[in-house]
Write a protein that binds this ligand. Sequence first.
Ligand code: NI
Length: 167
Amino acid sequence: MAIRKIVERGDPILAKVCRPVTDFNARLHTLLDDMAETLEESGGVGLAAPQVGILRRLCIVEDSEGELIELINPEIVAYEGEQTGLEGCLSIPGRYGIVTRPYKVRVRAQDRYGITFEVEDEDLTARCFCHEIEHLDGHLFTEHCDHLLSDKEMEEYLREQEEENRE
Ligand code: NI
């Protein structure tokens, strides 16, 4: 396994539409393993192939139980509800915005062997599914928020959240 370099905003690769994965071979498995290691090292919860410079439709998401889900050729097949909250991206380090997403999402994808499966999750993991799958069509979360929070706004937001949680 190896840690791959994460591409940052401004690189045209992040705006490209990725091609489907057609070969479920050792090369794909190496990429997935490298992405898992890269994600672990970065401390994030999701990573899409274009973020490591590969224009293929695959991403990985760590769910609320710490389980890593590999999504090859993923598609959102159902969603419901709404959530509004803080969102960031490993390709835009240290910056966050407030983004509204569905609360619950169902995804159909293939695993690393090409077997089709469906997975459903809510809250942060649902947010992450939406965020990572969008990367495969060249979209970033910044398209869903009017601005990125300043340090001061970030502090205020976190303080408000803390107060809400205490209540
Ligand atoms: Ni991202």
